[in-house]
Design a protein around this ligand. Structure first.
Ligand SMILES: O=C([C@H](O)CO)[C@H](O)[C@H](O)COP(=O)(O)O
Length: 185
């Protein structure tokens, strides 16, 4: 009974992944690789997804910061801001992304809404065409799950796909990455 639900959720994820724009993902990966520093931001549930991406980028040896942490420094031109936002309209992101535009910092966005305010400011955006409980209308993939779960899970798939792409590009592997994992835990 519950196993069937697991399979249904995996089917939803596969359907979403099939809609990913490969060019956009490669462009995002290349911008990450070239950036001086990578800043990751998301709010609420979207933050939970992007936290894992930030940690994996750190494991790869990149200089990465999670916006909102007390040790996160000022962003500057030459850095990149990676945003995970289903709506592209979350209030605090509007101020942050305007600041990045003013500073000449490039923005990469994972979103359901490419025409949103943040979408219009992004240099590259990956559209995650996942329905939510409150908005199923324009999504390619419908869902049995509540709220933004399918969006958040699909972001994780996209984030991990970019990590594997970068691992291959840099010739690194899980053992090397594990050496950078926190040893104060
Ligand atoms: O927590 C969230 C959810 O919508 C709860 O109602 C969102 O992840 C959070 O509000 C951020 O929204 P988006 O920027 O639209 O992802």
């Amino acid at each position: 009974m519950i196993k069937e639900l697991s399979e249904q959720i995996c089917d939803e994820l596969m359907a979403c992944a099939k809609t990913f724009d490969d060019d956009a993902m490669v462009q995002i990966a290349e911008k990450i690789d070239k950036a001086n520093n990578i800043f990751c931001v998301g709010l609420g549930r979207s933050r939970l997804s992007i936290m894992g991406f930030a940690m994996r980028l750190m494991h790869m040896g990149y200089s990465v910061h999670l916006v909102g942490d007390v040790t996160t420094p000022a962003i500057q031109k030459g850095d990149v801001l990676i945003v995970g936002s289903g709506s592209g309209e979350t209030k605090s992101l509007l101020g942050m992304t305007q600041k990045c535009v003013d500073l000449g910092v490039e923005i990469c966005l994972f979103t359901r809404k490419p025409d949103s305010t943040v979408g219009k400011r992004a240099a590259v955006k990956l559209v995650i065409s996942a329905a939510t409980t409150s908005d199923a209308s324009q999504a390619a993939v419908q869902t049995i799950q509540p709220m933004g779960s399918l969006f958040e899970q699909s972001c994780l798939i996209a984030y991990d796909s970019i990590i594997v792409y970068l691992m291959r590009k840099k010739g690194t592997n899980g053992q090397e990455m594990h050496k950078r994992h926190a040893n104060l835990e």
